[in-house]
Design a protein. Structure first.
Lengths: 624, 106
């Protein structure tokens, strides 16, 4: 006999079309008591929370992914259908279903309600966004709707708690069935079924007073400008420009603060601990390593703030609509634009954001090219080399040559990414007729509470990753760079005698044809932790005693003297393409659930980097 | 043969246009229309495409209108169906035939 917990909590599933305000309702029901994870084996987000009803009943609430239908076409819908039908291993069939509907779009939403009714699970319909509907002059008779549907209907307003109390009252009556519930057998609806549902939807709409079509709405008037063929792309470019400005300008102060804070903490730990291996691990391995990734947190927060803001207001699907043609020309979906935008700050949140792409092949192609976007970790490396080798002068009347080179490196990354996407999509089965069918929901004011919860979830995921995989990688790299210790009486820098040093010496042979000396080759090994760690590592190899931001200043004249211009340009080209970031590869492994894709990614990026650097080096040699 | 000019110029074209069926992509933006048919073809992928369009509400008799068209050739179009709005790629829009509600003027 099973040991049954004294008061098992009923499991309530929220189901609904995308954009029906389901997540906002989930946030109100469960507050911050949410757990975000993945469904086993797929990268669909699983959100579960719980709430305590006034009578003291604990209810588990599952926010199922948005679905238009129970005949799944996307991984999201597959999960929703499987959970509801009790076909998903490890997921119990919900005891109760709350079908969330948008009162302004019942014509579409009722179809899912009818399908759910056929399943036979006990359910309630939450009639959401009734306030917006009323403002539009749509007054839906909830009691009549309940009578027509034969299930209880509760009017709620997605962003206010008032109507939610009535919903919670309904949830209090939920009891757990004695036997595991078996959902009714499901069959794919035939053409006749669909026609029947359509007639039924029309009949119900007529009866409850919802059979009304909008004329030209406010959203339409906004769209007339925002989707206008010429103005639309200009507005999009302006918004992107402002977001980029914010990501780089606003983040500077907190980033400096984190850098200084971590360095100061490391220094403090250094003074209180006696010199030992443990201290070295703590200061140079854990603190310096994790600090070098943590420093991107402000940029990630600012970027996701804007992405969530644009998403919640309804603009993001419009951006995808505007970019669909451009993205489509290399075989990507317009939806790929959001993850790629994120990747300019850091590829890790970018790869995590590919979850919004429903087509698995599109998603994979987007993941594969995300690390080619110029992330901010490349900037310190670019800044060092450009500062040392590109003269400070203006060209073409007023343009800073150094700035032009930096811009060219960004463009090179984007062009490289588009080319790779083109090859990837051509290599696979032809994806020319990929469905888009992207809903453009009505615009509305973003809700701060939802924004806050969404932002916190992103931050939590990033910090968890920093605290687990990335921490482990940092410790491994520290060990590689520290062992074995230099023999007594050694004259060179300690790293030269370590495993990383030997690897570097071996790599120097491989990299000689592209102009890298052994110092660069060694620095590339710890630089795998995060790209900008290579700057610090170069400092170590050149036996500089300076720390932190001083390294770059002291290095500039040194490398300007000891490297040739072709070597410097070759290293720049290397950093555009090379897979110099283990954290990214680890994230790809997690998101794709396989070693195959990180390995393919590392291989193609390495090949591209080697080829790019070789060409750059040879051409620069020939010209100089 | 002599017929009344009035019948020729007004009555006849109006009657024809009320019956005129066209591809969704040919519908001028902003013109109210009704869906006549949705059919993608017989292949497995096509049947799935047709079913998905139906599930989004693209069904015979429903009110439809184009909200926006892209600038470039082969850009997607934004379509109002019932009370929802969807962006469709052209091959998706090609499955849908519509009939304008009012005779077009001009």
């Amino acid at each position: 006999m099973d040991a049954v917990p004294s008061a098992p909590s009923p499991l309530v599933a929220l189901v609904g079309n995308p954009n029906c305000g389901k997540t906002a309702l989930f946030n109100i029901l469960t507050g911050s008591r949410q757990k975000v994870a993945n469904y086993a084996g797929v990268t669909v987000e699983r959100k579960e929370g719980s709430l305590l009803t006034p009578s003291g009943l604990r209810v588990r609430v599952l926010d199922l992914p948005g679905a238009y239908s129970l005949d799944p076409l996307t991984p999201d819908e597959q999960v929703t259908a499987d959970v509801l039908l009790g076909r998903r291993a490890g997921e119990p069939t919900p005891d109760f279903v709350v079908c969330v509907t948008d009162a302004t779009n019942l014509r579409q939403n009722l179809r899912l309600v009818l399908s759910l009714k056929r399943l036979g699970l006990p359910m309630v319909v939450a009639l959401n966004m009734t306030d917006i509907a009323r403002r539009k002059g749509i007054a839906i008779d909830a009691q009549r709707l309940a009578a027509e549907l034969g299930v209880p209907v509760v009017a709620t307003v997605g962003i206010k708690s008032g109507g939610v109390r009535a919903l919670i009252k309904v949830l209090e009556t939920v009891s757990i069935p004695a036997h595991a519930r078996q959902a009714a057998a499901w069959r794919t609806p035939s053409a006749a079924d669909i026609a029947h549902d359509q007639a039924e939807v029309r009949r119900i709409l007529g009866a409850v007073g919802g059979d009304r079509l909008d004329g030209v709405t406010l959203s339409d008037r906004i769209d007339a400008v925002v989707l206008q063929p010429v103005l639309g792309p200009l507005i999009l470019a302006l918004i992107l420009f402002l977001v980029f400005q914010a990501v780089f300008a606003w983040a500077q102060l907190p980033m400096d603060a984190i850098k200084t804070g971590v360095a100061a903490f490391g220094g403090w730990v250094g003074t209180i601990l006696p010199a030992s291996l443990f201290k070295d691990l703590l200061v140079n391995g854990v603190l310096a390593g994790v600090g070098s990734v943590l420093v991107f947190l402000p940029q990630i927060i600012i970027l996701f703030f804007f992405i969530l803001l644009l998403e919640d207001s309804g603009y993001l699907p419009r951006a995808a609509f505007l970019l669909d043609r451009v993205m489509g020309s290399v075989g990507l979906s317009g939806r790929a634009f959001i993850p790629l935008l994120s990747s300019f700050a850091c590829a890790i949140p970018g790869i995590m954001a590919t979850r919004t792409i429903q087509n698995p092949r599109d998603r994979l192609a987007t993941i594969m090219i995300a690390p080619l976007m110029t992330c901010s970790a490349r900037l310190p490396v670019y800044a060092l080399i450009i500062g040392a080798f590109i003269p400070r002068r203006t060209i073409w009347g007023g343009l800073e040559l150094q700035g032009v080179v930096l811009f060219a490196l960004y463009i090179l990354g984007v062009v490289g990414a588009m080319a790779v996407a083109y090859v990837l999509k051509r290599g696979g089965k032809s994806g020319r007729n990929q469905a888009l069918m992207l809903e453009l929901p009505a615009y509305h004011w973003p809700n701060l509470r939802n924004l806050g919860i969404g932002l916190w979830q992103r931050v939590e995921i990033f910090l968890t990753r920093v605290g687990t995989i990335i921490l482990a990688l940092m410790v491994i790299l520290w060990a590689l760079s520290s062992f074995p210790a230099p023999p007594p009486g050694a004259t060179g820098p300690a790293i030269q005698y370590s495993i990383a040093g030997h690897l570097g010496a071996w790599l120097a042979v491989v990299f000689a044809p592209i102009g890298f000396n052994w110092q660069i080759s060694i620095a590339l090994v710890p630089g795998l932790a995060a790209r900008e760690v290579a700057v610090g590592a170069l400092g170590t190899v050149y036996a500089l005693s300076a720390t932190g931001s001083d390294v770059s200043g002291a290095l500039t004249p040194l490398i300007a003297q000891s490297w040739s211009l072709p070597t410097a340009l070759s290293l720049l080209a290397w950093y555009v393409f090379a897979p110099q970031c283990l954290s990214t590869l680890a994230t790809v492994k997690r998101e794709t659930n396989s070693w195959r894709y990180p390995i393919i990614m590392a291989a193609y990026m390495f090949a591209l980097a080697y080829a790019g650097s070789w060409l750059t080096y040879r051409i620069a040699l020939a010209l100089s | 043969m002599i017929t009344s000019p009035a019948a020729d110029v007004f009555a006849q074209p109006q009657a024809q246009q009320r019956l005129m069926e066209m591809r969704l992509a040919d519908l001028p933006p902003g013109t109210a229309a009704r869906v006549v048919s949705v059919s993608a073809g017989d292949g497995k992928a096509q049947v799935e495409l047709g079913r998905r369009l139906a599930e989004l509400g693209f069904l015979p008799g429903e009110a439809i209108r184009i909200i926006a068209k892209g600038f470039m050739a082969r850009a997607p179009i934004a379509v109002r169906i019932g009370t929802g709005t969807f962006a469709l790629r052209l091959f998706e829009a090609a499955c849908i035939r519509v009939r304008p509600e009012q005779p077009q003027l001009g």
